[in-house]
Design a protein around this ligand. Structure first.
Ligand SMILES: Cc1cc2nc3c(=O)[nH]c(=O)nc-3n(C[C@H](O)[C@H](O)[C@H](O)COP(=O)(O)OP(=O)(O)OC[C@H]3O[C@@H](n4cnc5c(N)ncnc54)[C@H](O)[C@@H]3O)c2cc1C
Length: 433
């Protein structure tokens, strides 16, 4: 019997478990361990609450979690409740699939001011991640600045710019509906140090900026290279640029109250404010011959009460596991960290790609892992149970999650799929009953 401990119940963890079931057949037991009592990682706590169709991928993971060869073992933190060393003693293979939950710091003076937050915190807050329940962003601001030119930046801008009505069928937490903020907001800036050709947006996310009830996109025509240059772009990027060009040609809709301004060729220099964010000083940039952003020397001050840095993530280090500080992930060669210890998903390759990218990643890892013969005889799940019971850790199994799920669904606002429970205390109370 092959025994696997997969740490992390996000897409990478579930695809790895799915691959293990297919590869080892009846001859495998997988424990999917997570620090939260709730499964699915960023599907629950990252993917935008108004993108419910994307979150539906969790149904596929549910089929894996309810397979008799698999257990979801929630409310157990690796590095605190149990060490990686202990797990490698208990299971044939241990796979770290803990994602990249830490924000890359903005790293400019003033970043420590209240009102500056990373996107993990901001997104985690509106998505009901218990780590960020208390990280309430400033309300009633007229201007917000999102730093970064990827889909997470667009998600943050869109969630700010939507009306309460537009979010009614989402699972955004009730606190984050923020009617105060929504009524006062006038400008959301999305800063990117390079231009439209270099932005990492996808078509759906950019297109949605043109469909908001009270918000309208603003893109400067002068930020584009000559239109002939678009021909060299790969198809997906060319379509994104076409939409951005349309926004630039149309100009912002004067009937709409909130302008979502795509400030290409801007980089943050300094956050300004007395005791809280009041503005951000930015440098205008341009591309050099190698396509890098270089400063023009021209600066600008953008008034704002909220700054969200959506500039990437890092894996959290785990005691005893080699870590690549520059890359912000575990030091590994094709997923192998050391004998019997592996990593997969964002913990392996850093925060890139879509949910689907984690599937081939999980399958490739299991292929490598299966090529290593194991002598067997390790205690596996029974050993973990004994260890956790001895430490009085209250495990949340999948049935406990189903209880949380049912309660959240029963508490949903009219039209919404659920009202999330966003504190660990309350989640633990539910599973204690
Ligand atoms: C804001 C945001 C929006 C996104 N939107 C989309 C989208 O719309 N479409 C798309 O295709 N992709 C999207 N992505 C990307 C997608 O979410 C990732 O590709 C995917 O979640 C990475 O999977 P993962 O399993 O590596 O990490 P995660 O999903 O982060 O899962 C990691 C899991 O590990 C657990 N964990 C962490 N530390 C420990 C520990 N010490 N002990 C035990 N458990 C631990 C966490 O609780 C979590 O459940 C988005 C990403 C973000 C950040």
């Amino acid at each position: 019997m092959r025994t696997l401990a997969i740490i992390g119940s996000g897409p990478a963890g579930f695809y790895t478990a799915e691959a293990a079931l297919k590869t080892f057949g009846e001859d495998v037991r997988c424990d999917i361990i997570d620090r939260l009592p709730t499964p699915y990682g960023l599907i629950r706590a990252g993917v935008a609450p108004d993108h419910q169709s994307i979150k539906a991928v969790s149904r596929r993971y549910e089929a894996v979690a309810t397979d008799a060869r698999v257990r979801f073992v929630g409310n157990v933190t690796i590095g605190e409740d149990v060490s990686v060393e202990e797990l490698t003693g208990l299971y044939d293979d241990v796979v770290l699939a803990i994602g990249a939950p830490l924000d890359k710091p903005l790293g400019v003076p003033g970043s420590e001011l209240p009102g500056v937050m990373g996107s993990a915190a901001f997104v985690g807050w509106y998505n009901g991640h218990p780590d960020f329940h208390d990280r309430v962003p400033p309300m009633a601001v007229e201007g917000a600045v999102i730093v970064g030119n990827g889909n997470v930046a667009i998600d943050c801008a869109r969630i700010l710019a939507k009306t309460v009505g537009e979010l009614s069928d989402s699972d955004i937490v009730g606190d984050a509906l923020m009617p105060d903020l929504r009524s006062g907001l006038r400008r959301v800036h999305i800063l990117g140090r390079r231009g439209p050709h270099q932005a990492s947006f996808t078509l759906k996310e950019v297109g949605e900026l043109g469909e908001l009830e009270l918000a309208t996109p603003l893109v400067r025509p002068e930020d584009f290279p000559p239109v002939e240059a678009d021909a060299a772009l790969e198809t997906g990027q060319r379509r994104v640029v076409e939409v951005l060009r349309k926004f630039a040609a149309a100009g912002p809709d004067p009937e709409k109250r909130v302008v979502v301004q795509l400030d290409f060729f801007h980089r943050p220099l300094k956050v300004l404010g007395n005791g809280r964010v009041e503005a951000i000083e930015v440098m205008r940039t341009r591309l050099d011959a190698d396509g890098r952003a270089v400063d023009t020397g021209e600066t600008e001050i953008i008034p704002c009460g909220l700054v969200v840095a959506a500039i990437g993530y890092r894996t959290s280090p785990v005691p005893g596991v080699p870590y690549d500080t520059d890359a912000g992930r575990f030091a590994n060669v094709d997923g192998l960290i050391s004998d019997g210890l592996w990593c997969v998903g964002w913990a392996r390759r850093g925060p890139s790609g879509t949910i689907g990218t984690n599937r081939p990643d999980g399958f490739a890892l299991v292929e490598r892992l299966a090529a290593v013969e194991r002598s067997g005889g390790k205690p596996g799940p029974a050993g973990l149970d004994a260890l956790l019971a001895g430490r009085k850790v209250k495990v949340a199994y999948f049935a406990d999650w189903q209880k949380i799920d049912a309660l959240e669904v029963s508490r949903a606002r009219p039209g919404a799929p659920r009202e999330k429970i966003a504190t660990l205390d309350e989640l633990r109370r539910v599973i204690a009953d």
